[in-house]
Write a protein that binds this ligand. Structure first.
Ligand code: SF4
Length: 254
């Protein structure tokens, strides 16, 4: 399987800009065996070393996933762990949240910070889910992105976990792992939108929904426990696949 990192040349013609020529600079060839070995190692590592006990990771109901994503946004997970269960007890489905009082929701999620904005967004999203989608979370990226508080990453988590789609979860941390392993320097601005890394990640995520979920969480946990700023390559399960490890590059980390 070939994936190419390219430079794009722009040709200016009168007032228009056309993407004209693609020049291959790096070829990233991954065989089926490599992909399967990589997946297997990440999933196995996650089952042994991952943070599988986080309360939202054990849940797969669409509303449970939606709430977890909303509460985890820009928030430390220890804080979310304190209110997640209580939130779901009080607002066990979007209808209950849609008819709740803003003040009650604010009070409950106050320890998380951003509680004014987040409470309003949660209630507004619940109202849309009830009125437009009959209480079901839509399994469609465009529709998810129209819900208040749902961005690209949140939509991917919902599609992955609640809808069973093989979505890659790309944030700064997971992009760092993919970039190091495959020797791709992610674009600086919005690195999680890097097209080469996205292509790679899409091809690496297993098709089976449960494995896809474990694989993504494995990459995420590896990024926070092993592939840290000064990577702990000696204990890394995928070092045999890793260009960073094989090249043993100098100090410059990305
Ligand atoms: S071998 Fe090192 S650089 Fe490569 S993914 Fe593992 S920890 Fe990160």
């Amino acid at each position: 399987m070939g994936i190419y990192a390219c430079n794009i040349f722009y040709v200016i013609h009168r007032d228009n800009i056309y993407v004209n020529v693609l020049i291959e600079t790096r070829s990233l060839n991954l065989s089926r065996e490599e992909i399967e070995d990589f997946r297997r190692k990440i999933i196995y590592w996650y089952r042994v070393h991952g943070d599988r006990d986080l309360p939202w990771r054990k849940r797969r109901g669409e509303w449970e996933v939606f709430v977890a994503v909303a509460l985890l946004r820009s928030t430390r997970r220890e804080l979310v762990a304190r209110v997640y269960g209580e939130f779901l007890e009080n607002y066990s489905d979007p209808r209950r949240l849609a008819s709740s009082k803003l003040e009650d929701v604010r009070k409950l999620i106050k320890p998380l910070g951003l509680y004014n904005e987040r409470s309003r967004e949660l209630i507004d999203a619940a109202r849309i889910i009830v009125s437009v989608y009959n209480g079901r979370i839509p399994c469609d990226r465009e529709k998810l992105l129209e819900l208040p508080g749902v961005g690209d990453y949140a939509a991917s988590v919902i599609l992955l976990r609640a809808c069973g789609k093989p979505e890659p979860l790309l944030d700064r941390n997971t992009v760092k792992v993919y970039g190091r392993v495959f020797g791709v320097k992610p674009i600086k601005f919005n690195p999680y939108r890097d097209p080469v890394i996205r292509d790679l990640a899409v091809k690496l995520v297993p098709m089976d929904p449960e494995e896809a979920y474990e694989f993504n969480l494995g990459i995420m946990d590896l990024a926070s426990k092993v592939c840290v700023d000064i990577p702990r390559c000696n204990i890394c399960p995928i070092k045999e696949h890793c260009k960073w490890f094989k090249r043993k590059p100098p100090e410059t980390l990305f």
